[in-house]
Design a protein around this ligand. Sequence first.
Ligand SMILES: [Zn+2]
Length: 106
Amino acid sequence: MNCQEYIERFLSAHADNELRGRERRAANDHVGGCGACRACLADERKLKELIRTRIRVARAPSDVRLRIQAALEETPEGGVAERKRLHQDADRLLRAAANQCNQRDR
Ligand SMILES: [Zn+2]
């Protein structure tokens, strides 16, 4: 496994401890021998932890959450690409929010 493959396919799941069996062994082997990816894994875990703790503090008002939920449910059948795009948008927003939290804490 090379660094690109590790980061693109395994990093996020590895940080969440969601890898099993051969994939987990391969990911652990790679990180064991690669300081750069080890650092990425540590950052990813920090980011996820930060998001978890901050989200609890700054939950969206319930009407906003309901509207987002409704919008997601309105996605037409077979609108997998659209749904994926919405999730990517949400992911990007969460990362931006986490970055801001980081900067504020410094
Ligand atoms: Zn690597």
